[in-house]
Write a protein that binds this ligand. Structure first.
Ligand code: DAH
Length: 330
Protein backbone atom coordinates (compact mmCIF):
# COMPACT_ATOMS: atom_id res chain seq x y z
CA UNK A 1 0.00 0.00 0.00
CA UNK A 2 2.80 2.36 0.93
CA UNK A 3 3.92 2.88 -2.67
CA UNK A 4 0.41 4.16 -3.61
CA UNK A 5 0.56 6.86 -0.98
CA UNK A 6 3.85 7.99 -2.53
CA UNK A 7 2.49 7.67 -6.07
CA UNK A 8 -0.42 9.98 -5.20
CA UNK A 9 1.83 12.51 -3.44
CA UNK A 10 4.27 12.58 -6.33
CA UNK A 11 1.80 12.69 -9.23
CA UNK A 12 2.90 15.60 -11.44
CA UNK A 13 -0.30 16.12 -13.42
CA UNK A 14 -4.03 15.66 -13.16
CA UNK A 15 -3.92 13.04 -15.92
CA UNK A 16 -1.27 11.04 -14.04
CA UNK A 17 -3.37 11.35 -10.88
CA UNK A 18 -6.39 10.04 -12.74
CA UNK A 19 -4.41 6.96 -13.85
CA UNK A 20 -3.50 6.32 -10.22
CA UNK A 21 -7.10 6.77 -9.08
CA UNK A 22 -8.21 4.04 -11.49
CA UNK A 23 -5.33 1.77 -10.43
CA UNK A 24 -6.21 2.18 -6.73
CA UNK A 25 -9.96 2.70 -6.50
CA UNK A 26 -11.11 1.21 -9.82
CA UNK A 27 -13.11 -2.03 -10.21
CA UNK A 28 -9.92 -3.86 -11.08
CA UNK A 29 -7.82 -1.69 -8.78
CA UNK A 30 -5.58 -2.57 -5.86
CA UNK A 31 -8.23 -2.03 -3.21
CA UNK A 32 -10.77 -4.19 -5.00
CA UNK A 33 -8.11 -6.92 -5.31
CA UNK A 34 -7.28 -6.69 -1.58
CA UNK A 35 -10.95 -6.91 -0.61
CA UNK A 36 -11.28 -9.97 -2.91
CA UNK A 37 -8.28 -11.60 -1.24
CA UNK A 38 -9.89 -11.01 2.18
CA UNK A 39 -12.68 -13.41 1.27
CA UNK A 40 -10.29 -16.34 1.38
CA UNK A 41 -8.65 -15.23 4.65
CA UNK A 42 -9.40 -17.13 7.89
CA UNK A 43 -12.66 -16.07 9.48
CA UNK A 44 -11.25 -14.59 12.70
CA UNK A 45 -8.89 -12.27 10.74
CA UNK A 46 -11.49 -10.99 8.32
CA UNK A 47 -12.89 -8.12 10.36
CA UNK A 48 -9.37 -6.95 11.23
CA UNK A 49 -8.32 -7.00 7.56
CA UNK A 50 -11.55 -5.24 6.52
CA UNK A 51 -10.97 -2.56 9.12
CA UNK A 52 -7.42 -1.97 7.94
CA UNK A 53 -8.44 -1.97 4.30
CA UNK A 54 -11.22 0.57 4.96
CA UNK A 55 -8.80 2.77 6.85
CA UNK A 56 -6.41 2.64 3.89
CA UNK A 57 -9.24 3.35 1.55
CA UNK A 58 -10.29 6.56 3.29
CA UNK A 59 -6.69 7.65 3.96
CA UNK A 60 -5.82 7.13 0.29
CA UNK A 61 -8.96 9.02 -0.71
CA UNK A 62 -7.88 11.95 1.50
CA UNK A 63 -4.43 11.96 -0.11
CA UNK A 64 -5.99 11.78 -3.50
CA UNK A 65 -8.37 14.73 -2.88
CA UNK A 66 -5.60 16.87 -1.40
CA UNK A 67 -3.28 16.17 -4.33
CA UNK A 68 -6.06 16.85 -6.82
CA UNK A 69 -6.72 20.30 -5.34
CA UNK A 70 -3.01 21.12 -5.36
CA UNK A 71 -2.60 20.05 -8.99
CA UNK A 72 -5.73 21.92 -10.09
CA UNK A 73 -4.46 25.10 -8.46
CA UNK A 74 -1.06 24.71 -10.10
CA UNK A 75 -2.54 24.11 -13.53
CA UNK A 76 -4.80 27.13 -13.19
CA UNK A 77 -1.86 29.29 -12.23
CA UNK A 78 0.12 28.03 -15.24
CA UNK A 79 -2.77 28.79 -17.55
CA UNK A 80 -3.22 32.30 -16.16
CA UNK A 81 0.49 32.99 -16.52
CA UNK A 82 0.39 31.93 -20.16
CA UNK A 83 -2.65 34.02 -21.01
CA UNK A 84 -1.68 37.12 -19.03
CA UNK A 85 -1.79 40.47 -20.84
CA UNK A 86 0.97 42.94 -20.06
CA UNK A 87 -1.00 46.16 -19.81
CA UNK A 88 2.19 48.18 -19.49
CA UNK A 89 3.26 47.32 -23.07
CA UNK A 90 3.15 50.12 -25.65
CA UNK A 91 0.56 49.55 -28.32
CA UNK A 92 1.40 50.24 -31.94
CA UNK A 93 0.18 53.65 -33.10
CA UNK A 94 -2.43 53.46 -35.83
CA UNK A 95 -2.53 56.49 -38.09
CA UNK A 96 -5.88 57.88 -39.14
CA UNK A 97 -6.08 59.68 -42.47
CA UNK A 98 -7.32 63.23 -42.81
CA UNK A 99 -8.59 65.50 -45.54
CA UNK A 100 -5.98 67.37 -47.57
CA UNK A 101 -6.06 71.08 -46.63
CA UNK A 102 -7.19 71.99 -50.16
CA UNK A 103 -10.13 69.56 -50.03
CA UNK A 104 -11.00 70.66 -46.52
CA UNK A 105 -11.06 74.29 -47.66
CA UNK A 106 -13.14 73.37 -50.70
CA UNK A 107 -15.62 71.55 -48.45
CA UNK A 108 -16.01 74.63 -46.26
CA UNK A 109 -16.64 76.88 -49.25
CA UNK A 110 -19.18 74.43 -50.70
CA UNK A 111 -20.80 74.21 -47.26
CA UNK A 112 -21.33 77.98 -47.17
CA UNK A 113 -22.88 78.24 -50.62
CA UNK A 114 -24.98 75.10 -50.13
CA UNK A 115 -26.44 76.73 -47.06
CA UNK A 116 -27.36 79.66 -49.36
CA UNK A 117 -29.19 77.25 -51.68
CA UNK A 118 -26.57 77.12 -54.46
CA UNK A 119 -26.58 73.78 -56.33
CA UNK A 120 -23.23 72.08 -56.86
CA UNK A 121 -22.26 71.37 -60.51
CA UNK A 122 -19.09 69.72 -61.78
CA UNK A 123 -18.73 70.06 -65.56
CA UNK A 124 -15.86 68.53 -67.55
CA UNK A 125 -12.11 68.88 -67.11
CA UNK A 126 -11.57 68.32 -70.82
CA UNK A 127 -13.50 71.16 -72.40
CA UNK A 128 -14.07 72.59 -75.85
CA UNK A 129 -13.09 76.02 -77.03
CA UNK A 130 -16.71 77.22 -77.06
CA UNK A 131 -17.43 76.56 -73.36
CA UNK A 132 -14.01 77.54 -72.05
CA UNK A 133 -13.51 80.73 -74.11
CA UNK A 134 -15.90 81.61 -76.92
CA UNK A 135 -19.19 81.65 -74.98
CA UNK A 136 -17.51 83.53 -72.13
CA UNK A 137 -16.91 86.48 -74.45
CA UNK A 138 -13.33 85.43 -75.13
CA UNK A 139 -13.30 85.12 -78.92
CA UNK A 140 -10.29 83.69 -80.78
CA UNK A 141 -7.28 86.01 -80.73
CA UNK A 142 -8.72 87.92 -77.76
CA UNK A 143 -5.67 89.14 -75.80
CA UNK A 144 -7.15 87.87 -72.49
CA UNK A 145 -6.68 84.30 -73.74
CA UNK A 146 -2.96 84.81 -73.31
CA UNK A 147 -3.26 84.81 -69.52
CA UNK A 148 -4.82 81.38 -69.63
CA UNK A 149 -2.53 79.33 -71.83
CA UNK A 150 -3.35 75.67 -71.40
CA UNK A 151 -2.84 72.17 -72.78
CA UNK A 152 -4.55 71.51 -76.11
CA UNK A 153 -5.84 68.34 -77.72
CA UNK A 154 -7.17 67.78 -81.24
CA UNK A 155 -10.42 69.31 -82.47
CA UNK A 156 -10.29 72.45 -80.31
CA UNK A 157 -10.45 70.38 -77.13
CA UNK A 158 -8.38 71.54 -74.16
CA UNK A 159 -7.91 71.18 -70.40
CA UNK A 160 -10.23 73.80 -68.93
CA UNK A 161 -8.37 76.87 -67.67
CA UNK A 162 -11.10 77.87 -65.19
CA UNK A 163 -14.42 76.62 -63.82
CA UNK A 164 -16.32 79.36 -65.71
CA UNK A 165 -17.31 76.94 -68.55
CA UNK A 166 -19.58 75.21 -66.03
CA UNK A 167 -21.66 78.43 -66.08
CA UNK A 168 -22.14 77.94 -69.82
CA UNK A 169 -22.89 74.20 -69.56
CA UNK A 170 -25.45 74.84 -66.82
CA UNK A 171 -27.21 77.65 -68.69
CA UNK A 172 -27.24 75.60 -71.91
CA UNK A 173 -28.98 72.72 -70.13
CA UNK A 174 -31.31 74.51 -67.70
CA UNK A 175 -33.79 77.35 -67.77
CA UNK A 176 -33.35 80.33 -65.44
CA UNK A 177 -33.44 81.03 -62.53
CA UNK A 178 -30.05 79.54 -61.64
CA UNK A 179 -28.07 79.42 -58.44
CA UNK A 180 -25.01 77.25 -58.77
CA UNK A 181 -21.43 76.79 -57.76
CA UNK A 182 -18.87 74.66 -59.56
CA UNK A 183 -15.90 73.37 -57.59
CA UNK A 184 -13.15 71.53 -59.45
CA UNK A 185 -9.66 71.19 -60.90
CA UNK A 186 -8.41 73.58 -63.59
CA UNK A 187 -5.18 73.65 -65.63
CA UNK A 188 -2.76 76.29 -66.84
CA UNK A 189 0.78 76.57 -68.20
CA UNK A 190 2.14 78.04 -64.98
CA UNK A 191 4.68 77.08 -62.37
CA UNK A 192 6.15 79.24 -59.61
CA UNK A 193 5.76 80.06 -55.91
CA UNK A 194 2.06 80.84 -56.25
CA UNK A 195 1.10 78.92 -59.43
CA UNK A 196 0.87 75.21 -60.24
CA UNK A 197 -0.18 73.59 -63.56
CA UNK A 198 -3.23 72.14 -61.81
CA UNK A 199 -5.20 73.88 -59.11
CA UNK A 200 -8.80 74.18 -57.93
CA UNK A 201 -11.40 76.86 -58.39
CA UNK A 202 -14.94 77.47 -57.30
CA UNK A 203 -17.20 79.27 -59.69
CA UNK A 204 -20.48 80.86 -58.73
CA UNK A 205 -23.41 81.94 -60.88
CA UNK A 206 -26.79 83.39 -60.02
CA UNK A 207 -29.31 84.25 -62.74
CA UNK A 208 -32.82 85.62 -62.32
CA UNK A 209 -35.29 87.88 -64.14
CA UNK A 210 -34.03 91.09 -65.68
CA UNK A 211 -33.54 93.78 -63.04
CA UNK A 212 -33.76 91.32 -60.14
CA UNK A 213 -30.01 90.83 -59.59
CA UNK A 214 -27.83 93.77 -58.61
CA UNK A 215 -24.23 94.41 -57.73
CA UNK A 216 -25.47 95.06 -54.18
CA UNK A 217 -26.71 91.43 -53.97
CA UNK A 218 -23.30 90.22 -55.11
CA UNK A 219 -21.49 92.46 -52.67
CA UNK A 220 -23.63 91.30 -49.77
CA UNK A 221 -23.15 87.58 -50.31
CA UNK A 222 -19.40 87.80 -50.96
CA UNK A 223 -18.80 89.91 -47.84
CA UNK A 224 -20.79 87.47 -45.77
CA UNK A 225 -18.94 84.54 -47.33
CA UNK A 226 -15.47 86.04 -46.73
CA UNK A 227 -16.27 86.73 -43.08
CA UNK A 228 -17.45 83.12 -42.77
CA UNK A 229 -14.10 81.93 -44.16
CA UNK A 230 -11.66 84.38 -42.58
CA UNK A 231 -13.43 85.74 -39.53
CA UNK A 232 -13.48 89.44 -38.79
CA UNK A 233 -11.71 90.86 -41.89
CA UNK A 234 -12.33 94.04 -43.88
CA UNK A 235 -13.54 93.48 -47.44
CA UNK A 236 -13.10 95.83 -50.38
CA UNK A 237 -14.14 95.73 -54.03
CA UNK A 238 -11.75 97.08 -56.69
CA UNK A 239 -12.86 97.77 -60.28
CA UNK A 240 -11.31 95.23 -62.65
CA UNK A 241 -11.89 93.53 -65.98
CA UNK A 242 -13.11 90.07 -66.95
CA UNK A 243 -14.50 89.44 -70.45
CA UNK A 244 -17.51 87.57 -69.04
CA UNK A 245 -18.63 90.20 -66.52
CA UNK A 246 -19.43 93.90 -66.82
CA UNK A 247 -18.88 95.68 -64.51
CA UNK A 248 -16.20 93.49 -62.94
CA UNK A 249 -14.40 93.68 -59.63
CA UNK A 250 -11.62 92.03 -57.75
CA UNK A 251 -12.22 91.50 -54.06
CA UNK A 252 -9.60 92.00 -51.36
CA UNK A 253 -9.62 91.16 -47.67
CA UNK A 254 -7.50 92.92 -45.07
CA UNK A 255 -4.25 90.95 -44.70
CA UNK A 256 -4.76 87.98 -42.36
CA UNK A 257 -1.05 87.94 -41.51
CA UNK A 258 -0.52 91.57 -40.42
CA UNK A 259 -4.18 92.58 -39.82
CA UNK A 260 -3.82 95.29 -42.46
CA UNK A 261 -0.64 96.83 -41.04
CA UNK A 262 1.41 95.92 -44.12
CA UNK A 263 3.81 92.96 -44.41
CA UNK A 264 5.77 90.92 -46.98
CA UNK A 265 2.79 88.67 -47.83
CA UNK A 266 0.51 91.59 -48.74
CA UNK A 267 3.40 93.52 -50.37
CA UNK A 268 2.95 96.16 -47.66
CA UNK A 269 -0.49 97.12 -48.96
CA UNK A 270 -2.46 95.64 -46.03
CA UNK A 271 -4.76 93.87 -48.56
CA UNK A 272 -4.92 90.40 -50.13
CA UNK A 273 -6.75 89.71 -53.37
CA UNK A 274 -9.03 86.67 -52.97
CA UNK A 275 -11.55 86.54 -55.80
CA UNK A 276 -12.95 87.93 -59.05
CA UNK A 277 -16.58 88.75 -59.70
CA UNK A 278 -19.04 90.87 -61.61
CA UNK A 279 -22.40 91.25 -63.29
CA UNK A 280 -22.79 88.71 -66.11
CA UNK A 281 -21.90 90.32 -69.47
CA UNK A 282 -24.84 90.47 -71.96
CA UNK A 283 -22.64 88.69 -74.52
CA UNK A 284 -22.55 85.62 -72.28
CA UNK A 285 -26.35 85.49 -72.10
CA UNK A 286 -26.43 85.94 -75.89
CA UNK A 287 -24.12 82.93 -76.33
CA UNK A 288 -26.44 80.66 -74.33
CA UNK A 289 -29.60 82.22 -75.75
CA UNK A 290 -30.92 83.60 -72.44
CA UNK A 291 -33.27 86.60 -72.76
CA UNK A 292 -34.63 89.10 -70.20
CA UNK A 293 -32.36 87.95 -67.40
CA UNK A 294 -29.73 89.45 -65.15
CA UNK A 295 -27.10 87.74 -63.03
CA UNK A 296 -23.88 87.84 -61.13
CA UNK A 297 -20.86 85.54 -61.20
CA UNK A 298 -17.71 85.03 -59.21
CA UNK A 299 -14.65 82.78 -59.22
CA UNK A 300 -11.95 82.00 -56.70
CA UNK A 301 -8.86 79.82 -56.27
CA UNK A 302 -9.21 77.22 -53.51
CA UNK A 303 -5.43 76.79 -52.96
CA UNK A 304 -5.11 80.52 -52.35
CA UNK A 305 -7.80 80.29 -49.66
CA UNK A 306 -6.08 77.25 -48.10
CA UNK A 307 -2.73 79.07 -48.09
CA UNK A 308 -4.21 82.10 -46.35
CA UNK A 309 -6.16 80.02 -43.82
CA UNK A 310 -3.18 77.80 -42.96
CA UNK A 311 -0.48 80.44 -43.56
CA UNK A 312 1.41 78.38 -46.15
CA UNK A 313 4.15 80.23 -48.02
CA UNK A 314 4.77 78.01 -51.06
CA UNK A 315 1.75 76.76 -53.01
CA UNK A 316 3.77 73.91 -54.48
CA UNK A 317 4.23 72.32 -51.05
CA UNK A 318 0.51 71.49 -51.11
CA UNK A 319 1.12 69.13 -54.02
CA UNK A 320 4.28 67.34 -52.92
CA UNK A 321 2.41 64.81 -50.77
CA UNK A 322 4.82 65.20 -47.85
CA UNK A 323 3.01 63.48 -44.98
CA UNK A 324 5.02 65.37 -42.34
CA UNK A 325 3.85 68.67 -43.76
CA UNK A 326 0.26 67.60 -44.34
CA UNK A 327 -0.06 66.19 -40.81
CA UNK A 328 0.32 69.71 -39.46
CA UNK A 329 -3.01 70.73 -40.98
CA UNK A 330 -5.11 68.05 -39.29
N1 DAH B 1 -12.55 82.66 -64.39
C1 DAH B 1 -11.76 83.65 -63.72
C2 DAH B 1 -10.31 83.17 -63.60
O1 DAH B 1 -10.08 82.04 -63.75
C3 DAH B 1 -12.29 83.91 -62.34
C4 DAH B 1 -13.57 84.66 -62.38
C5 DAH B 1 -13.59 86.02 -62.32
C6 DAH B 1 -14.76 83.98 -62.53
C7 DAH B 1 -14.75 86.74 -62.36
C8 DAH B 1 -15.95 84.68 -62.57
C9 DAH B 1 -15.94 86.07 -62.49
O2 DAH B 1 -17.13 84.08 -62.70
O3 DAH B 1 -17.11 86.77 -62.53
O4 DAH B 1 -9.46 83.96 -63.34
Amino acid sequence: MKEWYNAIKEAQSLSKLEEIRIAVFGKKGVLAAEFAKMKSAPKEQKSQIAKELNEHKSALMNEFTARKITLQTLELQEAMKAEAIDVSLYSTKSEAGALHPVMETMDRIVEYFSSMNFAVKTGNMVEDDFNNFEALNLPKYHPARDMQDTFYFKDEMLLRTHTSPVQIRTMMSTKPPIRMIAPGAVFRRDYDLTHTPMFHQIEGLLVDKEGEVSFANLKYILEDFLKYMFGDVDVRFRPSFFPFTEPSAEVDISCVFCKGEGCRVCSHTGWLEVLGCGIVDPNVFKAVDYKDVSGYAFGLGVERFAMLIHQIGDLRSLFEGDIKLLEQFR
